[in-house]
Design a protein around this ligand. Structure first.
Ligand code: ATP
Length: 293
């Protein structure tokens, strides 16, 4: 039985790996292939995932061993209409994936949306009694504050775990980017400004990497990146960075520097190398919002 752990990190889109992904890419989003780092002490703490897992697991779902479904009919992906952005839904149900029903593990994990994609609140400014104006994705009506943030999912191989964690990861990135765009407009004292929100979106995406997916092997990482690329087919500027060994490190770093990193799929060795030796890379991960291990 394999397991999947989704961890949320404090704070806070394209795969560039065309050499590996073109073959699998019937989608139009691009894939960046970038690489691990020796973090400073703060980063080490942030990425000390074992500790976080042990302390913060809020829900453990053994999809195979417990009969979680209370109904006989698997839910359609269309039930995600109000939980995920329409681009993702279109990729799932229309093109390229054309999926109809969710697997049990997908049903269980996506049921936690949007709560599991909410921002972490290290300064305690979020809850509803805050006098500060709440950005849309923090609105109490949208978020179940008691929902688990860190999730351990256990399910047998081939049960659809990949989409179960990639969908929330993409949604998380989407929400964070939009949140920063709206915050910039609010901070400018305006109700709406396409130019300010556009600049803020761009700046945030270049400055901060999106969710991290850590895969044990290069082959699995490539497969996950391909799945992410398909899911973001209709988000043409979403960048999935693929950081694996056996591919040019310099090229990966170049790709990293020249674009945003909306979702990062990496193997441990290359991730560690980049975190250790590339300050710009490390900086981009300072506010990594979510990790799937
Ligand atoms: N809801 C679905 N309907 C039909 N096919 C699906 C669905 N979800 C995933 N699949 C397909 O099922 C196959 C197995 O999915 P996936 O690789 O995500 O399983 P997994 O649980 O992550 O496996 P592993 O533990 O080996 O990584 C893939 O080909 C995937 O595209």
């Amino acid at each position: 039985m394999s397991s999947l752990t989704v961890l949320r990190f404090p704070s806070n889109r394209h795969i560039l790996a065309r050499r590996h992904l073109n073959a699998a890419a019937s989608s139009s989003s691009s894939v960046l292939l970038p690489n691990t780092m020796q973090a400073d002490s703060g980063d080490r703490n942030r990425f000390n995932v074992d500790t976080t897992v042990e302390e913060d697991i809020a829900a453990t779902n053994d999809v195979q061993d417990r009969n979680i479904n209370t109904h006989d009919v698997s839910p359609s992906f269309k039930y995600l209409k109000d939980r995920v952005n329409h681009h993702t839904l279109k990729a799932l149900t229309v093109h390229p994936l054309q999926l109809e029903t969710m697997t049990p593990v997908q049903e269980r994990v996506t049921a936690l949306l949007p709560a599991i994609t909410r921002p972490w609140d290290p300064e305690g400014i979020i809850p509803p009694d805050s006098s500060r104006p709440l950005p849309p994705i923090w609105q109490p009506s949208v978020v179940d504050w008691n929902a688990p943030r860190d999730i351990l999912v256990r399910a047998k191989t081939g049960t659809g775990k990949t989409f179960a964690y990639i969908i929330p990861a993409i949604e998380s990135r989407f929400n964070y980017v939009e949140h920063h765009a709206k915050l910039a407009v609010v901070n400018a004292g305006l109700k709406g400004s396409p130019s300010i929100s556009g600049r803020a979106r761009h700046a945030y995406r270049r400055r901060s990497a999106g969710p991290l997916v850590l895969a044990p092997t290069r082959e699995l990482a490539i497969q996950i990146a391909c799945d992410a690329q398909k899911l973001t087919t209709h988000q043409r500027d979403f960048v999935v960075q693929l950081l694996v060994g056996g591919s040019g490190r310099a090229r990966q770093m170049k790709d990293w520097m020249k674009s945003s990193s909306d979702l990062v799929v990496a193997t441990p060795g290359r991730l560690r190398d980049l975190l250790t030796n590339e300050p710009e890379f490390r900086q981009g991960f300072k506010n990594c919002p979510m990790a799937s291990l």
